[in-house]
Design a protein around this ligand. Structure first.
Ligand code: ADP
Length: 252
């Protein structure tokens, strides 16, 4: 093994992981951190979508991002998801400054550390719930051995293992979103980024999904949820509001 090629910014750089790979309680450094992040789109005229955002998100945080349309939420989510880079400032994941990474390195960080959940569940219609989850690893290049068991474990974790052999069309919206969450959890990401995850759910399914999010956060998953839904924001442990590219955090 050669030296780690990723540039690192400041201690600590190594987590005391427990036997199951999750960090121990008491971690006091951020899973992700934005420092003075600005994003200017080079359109004509240029648009300053984010204007100096500072944000530290810790293990087990359940953080909601709210704000009016056009305020910069998607831009922020794209940067958090390593799909885009800040124009200024830095973005650290587990102490690694991703702003300076190559495209291939960012892709690797994304695959290792981040899961994505969307408003549209994006399940393959002709595959069962279990197959949909297993396929995530197929495309992600995970080990073949134990793939079925890992997928089943993920479905169990989100409470839909009993639906493993169902096609998505036979599942409720809430169940489909749980399958999508199981798929996102398969690589054991530290951070789950959710874009309007309850946008297609009724109130009962929203309630039940929020209980799941809460349970996942208690297990040590870090959740960031962009939402218009007041109920989601009311349940999240932290709420940040973006207006015109500037962020403020509600305290209390
Ligand atoms: P939100 O997700 O809160 O609706 P966005 O992050 O999509 O906000 O957009 C923030 C601002 O950046 C808006 O003014 C939007 O028009 C602008 N914007 C977003 N993407 C681009 C782009 N690719 N090129 C130019 N301007 C953009």
């Amino acid at each position: 093994m050669g030296p780690d090629p990723l540039p690192r910014a400041g201690p600590p750089t190594v987590h005391p992981a427990s036997a199951d790979g999750w960090p121990e309680d008491g971690d006091d450094w951020p899973v992700v951190e934005l420092r003075g992040v600005a994003r200017v789109y080079g359109s004509e005229p240029p648009v300053e979508a984010l204007r100096g955002v500072d944000l530290a998100i810790y293990t087990g945080d359940f953080l909601a991002i709210v704000g009016p349309s056009g305020s910069g939420k998607s831009t922020l989510l794209n940067i958090l998801g390593c799909l885009d880079r800040p124009t200024r400032g830095s973005y650290l994941i587990d102490g690694v400054d991703v702003a300076g990474l190559s495209e291939a390195e960012r892709t690797a960080v994304r695959a290792r550390s981040i899961g994505f959940v969307f408003q549209q569940f994006h399940l393959l219609a002709h595959r069962t719930a279990l197959e949909n989850v297993m396929l995530a690893e197929l495309y992600g290049g995970g080990e073949r051995t134990g793939r079925r068991e890992r997928a089943l474990g993920a479905l169990e974790r989100v409470g839909v293992a009993h639906r493993r052999d169902f096609l998505p069309t036979r599942l409720s919206g809430g169940e489909q979103q749980r399958v999508a969450i199981a798929r996102a959890l398969l690589g054991s990401p530290r951070l789950l980024l959710c874009d309007e995850p309850t946008g297609n759910l009724d109130s009962a399914n929203t309630q039940s999904l929020l209980l799941l999010f809460d349970a996942l956060a208690r297990q040590g998953l870090t959740l960031v949820v962009v939402t218009h839904d007041e109920e989601v924001a009311a349940t999240a442990g932290r709420v940040v509001r973006i207006v015109d590219g500037r962020m403020t955090e509600a305290v209390g």
